[in-house]
Design a protein around this ligand. Sequence first.
Ligand code: SF4
Length: 88
Amino acid sequence: MTGADVRLDGDATVALLATVLRDQPKLPRALCAGDQDTFDCTDGAQVQRAVALCGVCPELERCTTWAAGQRQLVGVVAGKYYRHKEWK
Ligand code: SF4
């Protein structure tokens, strides 16, 4: 069985979504809000653009604090590029 074969019942789905949403930072002024494509990137120019946007983001300090507590990050988060999933 692969991960794609896993089926969740209604209660398990709700519990999983609650966990995911609970772990999301509350950053209402985030420049990345609604712009996942810009920050979920791998191309050098795109990464530089996303890092630059983080540099002027009003939520940078809070985002950096949140990111420090995460076990895995991908793409550009808080002005830092995570090439692969990094485990702390
Ligand atoms: S610092 Fe970057 S990743 Fe963090 S909220 Fe701002 S734009 Fe998004």
